[in-house]
Design a protein around this ligand. Sequence first.
Ligand SMILES: [Zn+2]
Length: 191
Amino acid sequence: MTENETLAVFRKHSALLEGHFILSSGLHSDRYVQCALVLQHPRVAEQLCSQLAEQMRHLGAAVVAAPALGGVLVAHEVARALGVRALFTERQEGAMTLRRGFSLNPGELTLVVEDVITTGLSTRETIQCVREAGGKVVGAGALIDRSGGAADLGLPKVALITLKIQNYNPADCPLCQAGIPAVKPGSRTKK
Ligand SMILES: [Zn+2]
């Protein structure tokens, strides 16, 4: 599947919207990504994540790890495709931690995956968490890298889709200036 075909899957499920959006941060944007809308279809999730898995298979990982909540299904489906186990990290009092009895063997080769890489911050925190638990992180992957590829993780990185999504302060948003009505994605208001 090409990047354009993958984009078409996202658009079909309204997981990639184009228009004028008010993000939860308060910033405005011309595009909005909501991976949960593709991942709600298990067969689509399986198909997308198996492509990600194939691009990372050569790294030889024995574990796939992801930050909860957004990454959990991605880790699960990538791990299914690779025939390895999946685990997730979660925040406890702000710090990314491995809970629920999850553990890594010393030096165990691990992939860290996400649904979306925005700045790479939660991916980096997950990488650090895996390292502290003794794992060796060999690569990072995401369905969408919306940093335009700029997020540097210091590791091999794979994304099915790479986008540079521009965010604007409301005061100097060109879409506001063009008089295009802004919508809050995820709200029930009809566009
Ligand atoms: Zn605007």
